[in-house]
Every structure is written in structure tokens, then in C-alpha cells.
Design a protein around this ligand. Structure first.
Ligand code: AMP
Ligand code: ZN
Ligand code: FE
Ligand code: FE
Length: 274
């Protein structure tokens, strides 16, 4: 059994189709994979189909970027009911906000003489969530940068000239959304500047897990987050946050997630929802 609980496909800012993501994961010996696209569950259909052929289990998941005190807090939801109408309505709203924000980023770039159009993303799948990485890829295509990373470093990161913050939901709203479709809410990559106070506040809102095993977490952070998980009764999860070839986030198969994590998540789900 080999587990990865954090991956993205072309239905958000991953570079691989869900089917290819599943094939790649299976080739690396992964047996249980969560597809956790940003604000879209549309990749699950293809992922499940392919996974059925390859004897891999897909865990339905979501990643919701939220805004808390001007900083970005990402909440993952596991074993969600992706058919839930309320969930889909909320995700539709998030994708609308993302589209508007992409338009604002494009306006800023245009003022700097860099011309890309929102229509460049028309071939974007209807139910896919657009994010800064898509704009980064387009900047690469037109020769303004050589990589996604360079686009972020020069234009798209917080503080850079074409940065527009994402007016996402509050963490409270994201946690409620996940709980309302019987998902287990988990704090993603807490190593990206999430304070102890913030984590304790999230637990009050219903947070049930924390992503401990993550490519950029060093051994001290892993120890620290494991201790946090124990202290606050959170499930310790982990994943690669794989975004596909050329994305700069390419650690598929490189994260060791303890086998009991899946059972812990399912047990928490039973405890919460019966
Ligand atoms: P967005 O959802 O549009 O705010 O974009 C967030 C996504 O962009 C993250 O999930 C990462 O995939 C990627 N990302 C964010 N910051 C950076 C960065 N500094 N360098 C490269 N990729 C980044
Ligand atoms: Zn992403
Ligand atoms: Fe994230
Ligand atoms: Fe992610």
C-alpha cells in the first residue's frame, strides 16, 4: 500500500489529465491517491475510470484556498460527496471569483505591455478552476518567462507587479462547505506560514486534520506538526502536492505517508457523520 493524499490535474492547475495522473501514480506503485484539485471535482470522473483499470483507489478530495488575516490558508477536504449539490454550487462560485481575478491580473500585465487575453483560456475545460499557474504557463508560451517559477518570481507572487490577491472564502466557510458534504477538513501545508493561533482557531471551526508529510517540510517541522496533531486531536495526513511535469511541484511518489492515515481519516469520517 502506498498513499498520496494531495495531487492536482488539468481540472485545476496540474499539467496532467486525470487519466495520465493515475497512470503515472500507478507506475510509481501508488495504490491510494487523492485527487485534490482546487475548487473543482470534475477530474474525478476520468480519474476513477482509469483507476478502475489499474486497481488503484481514488479518494475524492478538494483544495479550497481561503483568506485569513490577509494570508492564504489552504483547506483540503477528504472523502467528500462530490455529487452534493451544495458543494457544487459553492465551487461554481469560487471558480467565478477565480475567473474575475484572472481578468484583473491580465489587466495589470497589459499595463506593463504584456498582452495576454482571458480568451486565451477558452480551451480551459468548463469545470476547471483557473489559477495563477495558468497565467504563468501562458507567459511561458509567449516567451516572457522560461518557467512557471520565473513567472511567479517576476510577476505573480505576493508583492510582485501583477499580483492580485484571491478573494476566496474564509476558512470557516471552507470548513463548513467540506463538512456539509461529509468530508473531513484538513489544513494543507501548514509549513507555509500558518501560525499556531491560526491552527487552534481552525480547530474550533471543525478542522479535523493537518498535512504533516509534505515536500517542503523539514524534519523539525514534521516533528512539530505531528506533535500539534496529537495535542489537538487532528489526523496527520500527507501528500506530494504533485502538479505534473513542468509545474515545479513534481514529487509524486516521494512522500511517505503512514499506512494508517487512510483508516484514521475514515474513522474520523464515521465519528463525524456516522
Ligand atoms: P492561485 O490558486 O491562483 O492563488 O495559485 C496558487 C497555486 O499557484 C498554488 O497551489 C501553487 O500551485 C502555485 N504557486 C503559488 N505560489 C507559487 C510560487 N511562489 N511559485 C510557484 N508556484 C506557486
Ligand atoms: Zn495548485
Ligand atoms: Fe495549496
Ligand atoms: Fe495543492
Amino acid at each position: 500500500m502506498k498513499v498520496d493524499l494531495h495531487t492536482h490535474s488539468t481540472y485545476s492547475d496540474g499539467t496532467l489529465e486525470p487519466e495520465d495522473l493515475i497512470s503515472g501514480a500507478a507506475a510509481l506503485g501508488i495504490t491510494h491517491l487523492a485527487l485534490s484539485d482546487h475548487d473543482s471535482t470534475a477530474g474525478l470522473e476520468g480519474a476513477r475510470k482509469k483507476a478502475g483499470e489499474l486497481n488503484l483507489q481514488v479518494i475524492p478530495a478538494i483544495e479550497i484556498n481561503t483568506l485569513e488575516n490577509h494570508s492564504s490558508v489552504h483547506i483540503l477536504g477528504y472523502f467528500i460527496d462530490d455529487k452534493d449539490a451544495g458543494l457544487q454550487k459553492t465551487l461554481d462560485e469560487h471558480r467565478e471569483i477565480r475567473l474575475k481575478r484572472a481578468g484583473m491580473i491580465i489587466d495589470k500585465l497589459r499595463h506593463m505591455g504584456i498582452r495576454i487575453d482571458l480568451s486565451d483560456f477558452n480551451d480551459r475545460k468548463q469545470r476547471a478552476a483557473i489559477g495563477r499557474p495558468h497565467i504563468a504557463d501562458r507567459l511561458k508560451e509567449i516567451g516572457v518567462v522560461f518557467s512557471r517559477q520565473e513567472a511567479f518570481d517576476k510577476y505573480l507572487s505576493k508583492g510582485k507587479s501583477a499580483y492580485v490577491f484571491y478573494q476566496g472564502p474564509t476558512p470557516q466557510k471552507a470548513i463548513e462547505t467540506i463538512l456539509s458534504c461529509k468530508g473531513v477538513p484538513v489544513l494543507a501545508h501548514p509549513g507555509y506560514f500558518v501560525s499556531r493561533e491560526t491552527i487552534e482557531g481552525l480547530v474550533q471551526m471543525g478542522l479535523a486534520g493537518i498535512e504533516v508529510y509534505y515536500p517542503s517540510h523539514n524534519p523539525d517541522q514534521i516533528r512539530n506538526f505531528l506533535e500539534t496533531a496529537k495535542r489537538l486531536d487532528l489526523v496527520a495526513t500527507g501528500g506530494s502536492d504533485y502538479h505534473g511535469p513542468g509545474s515545479g511541484h513534481e514529487a509524486l511518489g516521494e512522500i511517505d505517508v503512514p499506512e494508517r492515515t487512510l483508516e484514521d481519516l475514515l474513522e474520523r469520517k464515521r465519528k463525524l457523520f456516522g
